[in-house]
Design a protein around this ligand. Structure first.
Ligand SMILES: CC(C)(COP(=O)(O)OP(=O)(O)OC[C@H]1O[C@@H](n2cnc3c(N)ncnc32)[C@H](O)[C@@H]1OP(=O)(O)O)[C@@H](O)C(=O)NCCC(=O)NCCS
Length: 169
C-alpha cells in the first residue's frame, strides 16, 4: 500500500466514494455527481496544503485506487483544528487498509512535526471508523454534533498526539 497526492484525473474515484449511498451512509448521504470535477480540481491544487492522499493498494496496479485519507486544518470556535478522515471502497474494506493508510499519514505527521494534535469525528454508529481510532491509539474525547457537507451528524470526537500515542503495528 502507498499514498499519493490526489490529481484532477481522480474524478471517477471521487464519484465512487462520495456519490454512492452505501459509502456515504455514515456521512449524511451521497453528494451530487456534478460537484465532483470541481471538488477534485480544488483538492488537487490543495493536495500539499492539506494532505489529500489517494490509497494505492499494491505496486502491481498503480492505477488502482482503494480509497483516500486526508488531514486538513479548519477553524473551530477556539482556534484551528487538524482533522483526519478516511474512505475505503467496498472491494477493499475489512482488510486493514483503512487502518494502515491512517497510520501511514499519522507517522508522516509525526516525522515532519506537522499538524499537532489530530482529531477525528466518525459517526457514533460507524463501527469500522471508530475501530480505526481505537486501534491506532486515539483517545475518546466526547460525543459531538458536527456539520459535514451542510448536514449535522452525531459523532464520536477522538484525538491523538502522533508523537506519543500512535500504536506500533
Ligand atoms: C470506515 C472505513 C474507512 C474502514 O476501512 P477498512 O479498511 O474497512 O477498516 P479496517 O479493515 O482497517 O478496520 C479497522 C479496524 O476497525 C475494526 N472494525 C471493522 N469493522 C468494525 C465494526 N463494524 N465494528 C467494530 N470494529 C470494526 C477492525 O477490526 C479494525 O480494528 P483492528 O485492526 O483492531 O482489528 C470503510 O469502511 C469506509 O470507507 N466506509 C465508508 C465511508 C466512511 O464511513 N468513511 C469514514 C467516515 S469517518
Amino acid at each position: 500500500m502507498h499514498l499519493r497526492n490526489v490529481t484532477p484525473a481522480d474524478v471517477d474515484a471521487y464519484v465512487r466514494m462520495r456519490c454512492d449511498p452505501l459509502m456515504m451512509a455514515e456521512l449524511g448521504g451521497p453528494l451530487p455527481r456534478d460537484r465532483m470535477p470541481d471538488k477534485v480540481r480544488r483538492d488537487a491544487i490543495e493536495a500539499d496544503v492539506s494532505w489529500i492522499k489517494m490509497i494505492v493498494p499494491g505496486p502491481d496496479a498503480p492505477d488502482v485506487v482503494a480509497g483516500s485519507v486526508t488531514i486538513w486544518s479548519h477553524e473551530a470556535d477556539d482556534g484551528p483544528v487538524s482533522e483526519i478522515g478516511w474512505m475505503i471502497l467496498p472491494p477493499f474494506q475489512g482488510r486493514g487498509l483503512g487502518k494502515r493508510a491512517a497510520r501511514t499519514l499519522l507517522e508522516r505527521a509525526r516525522d515532519e512535526d506537522r499538524w499537532g494534535i489530530v482529531h477525528a469525528f466518525p459517526a457514533t454508529s460507524n463501527g469500522a471508523s471508530n475501530g480505526i481510532c481505537r486501534s491506532l491509539g486515539f483517545r475518546f474525547v466526547a460525543e459531538q454534533d458536527v456539520t459535514f457537507a451542510d448536514r449535522v451528524l452525531r459523532t464520536n470526537h477522538w484525538s491523538i498526539d502522533p508523537h506519543t500515542a500512535l500504536k506500533p503495528t
